[in-house]
Ligand binder design. Structure first.
Ligand code: NAD
Ligand code: UDP
Length: 335
C-alpha cells in the first residue's frame, strides 16, 4: 500500500520564499497547498506548478478565516510584505497579516493538530545594539517609526505563536530569517539586491542610502530553504536565526554588483531611510547546533545565479516602476 503524503499549507506561496518552499516540499514528496492574495507576490512564481498533481492553490487573504478541507500536517506561514518599500506602502495590511493572519494560521494548526512554522525576521532585533545578533537579544525597535509596522507585527507574531505553544501545546517553529536573496525576487521590490541589479541592467546609477557604511549579511535562497526545512522537522520551539553570517557594508556591496554586472554606471548617495539598521549579522550557533545547518553558497556564486535570473526577465518587467521612485521612499522619513 502506498503511503499517504503529508499535507502542508504554505501561505505567501506566490512570493519569493513561499514559491521556493512549495518546490522543496513537492520535491520531498509532500502534498502542497499554496495560499496567497497576490498583494506583493505573483502567480508567475508558481506557474511551473500549475499542473503538478501534488500542488493545489487557493487565492485567499489569510487575515480572514482560513478553511481547509481534510487533514493538514504542517503550516508554513510566510504571507507578509517583506520589503521596506512594500510595508511602507501597505502598513495596515502588514500589521494585519502579522497579527490577524498569524492568529488564523495558529487557529488552523490547533484545529488540525498541525505543526506550524512562522517566518519571523532579523527585524525583531530592530537597529541592534548587540552584534552579531543572538536569539536571546531582545532588540531595539522603534514601534512608531516607519519600520514599526513590520517589526512589531513580527514581534507580535512570535508572542502569539509562543502563546499557542504554551497554552494550546501547538508544536511551533520560529525562524528568524535574515536578508535572503535569489531568483524570483521582484525586480522592483526595492530591496537592495534587486534594486542594484535592476539599476545596473537599466543603465542607471546605483543608489546607496546613507554613506553606505551600514552592513547586511546576505543568505542565498537555497541555503535558506534548507535551514527552514530542517527547522520544521526539528523538535525545537524557540526562535532560530537563519541567515549567512558573511557581513558586508552596502558601499562595498555596490562595488561587488558593479563588478558582477560590468556596468559603467556609478554610485549615487541618497538619504538613509529613518531607522535603517546600521549593522546586521546573524549569530547562527543555535542553527548549527540544533539543525546541523550552516550556509554553503558563497555570495559571488549566489549573486551570479540571481543576476542570470534577472537578466532573462522581459524588458517590460525590467522597466516596470511599481513604486514611483526611490526618492518617494526616502521622503517618508521627512513626513
Ligand atoms: P514576498 O513579498 O515575495 O512574499 C510574500 C507573499 O505573501 C506574497 O506573495 C504576498 O502576496 C503574500 N501575502 C501578503 N499578505 C498576504 C495576505 N494577507 N494573505 C495572503 N497572502 C499574502 O516576500 P518574501 O521575501 O518571500 O518573504 C516571505 C516571508 O518571509 C515574509 O513573512 C517575510 O516577512 C519573511 N522574511 C523574508 C526575508 C527575506 O529576506 N526575504 C527576511 C526576513 C523575513
Ligand atoms: N539600500 C540602498 N539602496 C537601495 C536599497 C537599499 O542603499 O536602493 C540599503 C538600505 O538602506 C539598507 C540595505 O540596503 O541599509 C538593505 O536594504 P533592504 O531594503 O534590502 O533590506 P533591509 O535589511 O533594510 O530590510
Amino acid at each position: 500500500m502506498s503511503k499517504i503524503p503529508k499535507r502542508v499549507l504554505i501561505t505567501g506561496a506566490a512570493g519569493f520564499l513561499g514559491s521556493h518552499l512549495c518546490d522543496r516540499f513537492i520535491k520531498e514528496g509532500y502534498s502542497v497547498i499554496g495560499m496567497d492574495n497576490f498583494i506583493t507576490g505573483s502567480f508567475d512564481n508558481l506557474a511551473h506548478l500549475t499542473d503538478h498533481p501534488s500542488f493545489t492553490f487557493i487565492e485567499h487573504d489569510v487575515c480572514t478565516h482560513i478553511s481547509i478541507e481534510g487533514d493538514l500536517d504542517y503550516i508554513l506561514h510566510f504571507a507578509s510584505p517583506a520589503s521596506p518599500i512594500d510595508y511602507l506602502k501597505i502598513p495596515i495590511q502588514t500589521l494585519k497579516v502579522g497579527s490577524l493572519g498569524t492568529h488564523n494560521c495558529l487557529g488552523l494548526a490547533l484545529a488540525k493538530g498541525a505543526t506550524i512554522l512562522i517566518a519571523s525576521t532579523s527585524e525583531v532585533y530592530g537597529d541592534p545594539l548587540v552584534h552579531p545578533q543572538t536569539e536571546d537579544y531582545y532588540g531595539n525597535v522603534n514601534s512608531v517609526g516607519p519600520r514599526g509596522v513590520y517589526d512589531e507585527a513580527k514581534r507580535f507574531q512570535e508572542a502569539m505563536t509562543m502563546a499557542y505553544h504554551t497554552f494550546h501545546k501547538v508544536p511551533v517553529r520560529i525562524a528568524r530569517i535574515f536578508n535572503t536573496y535569489g531568483p524570483r525576487m521582484r525586480l522592483n521590490d526595492g530591496r537592495v539586491i534587486p534594486a542594484f541589479i535592476g539599476q545596473a541592467l537599466r543603465g542607471e546609477d546605483l543608489t546607496v542610502f546613507g554613506d553606505g557604511s551600514q552592513t547586511r549579511s546576505f543568505c542565498f535562497i537555497e541555503d535558506q530553504i534548507e535551514g527552514l526545512f530542517r527547522l520544521l522537522l526539528s523538535e525545537y520551539s524557540q526562535p532560530v536565526n537563519i541567515g549567512n553570517p558573511s557581513e558586508i557594508s552596502i558601499r562595498d556591496f555596490a562595488d561587488e554588483i558593479i563588478k558582477l554586472t560590468g556596468t559603467t554606471q556609478k554610485v549615487v548617495y541618497k538619504d538613509l531611510p529613518v531607522d535603517d539598521p546600521l549593522q546586521r549579522r546573524p549569530d547562527i550557533s543555535v542553527a548549527k547546533k540544533i539543525l546541523g545547518w550552516e550556509p554553503k553558497v558563497a555570495r559571488h556564486v549566489g549573486l551570479k545565479k540571481t543576476y542570470d535570473y534577472f537578466k532573462k526577465l522581459s524588458s517590460e518587467k525590467l522597466h516596470k516602476k511599481e513604486h514611483k521612485t526611490f526618492d518617494a521612499y526616502i521622503k517618508t522619513k521627512k513626513s
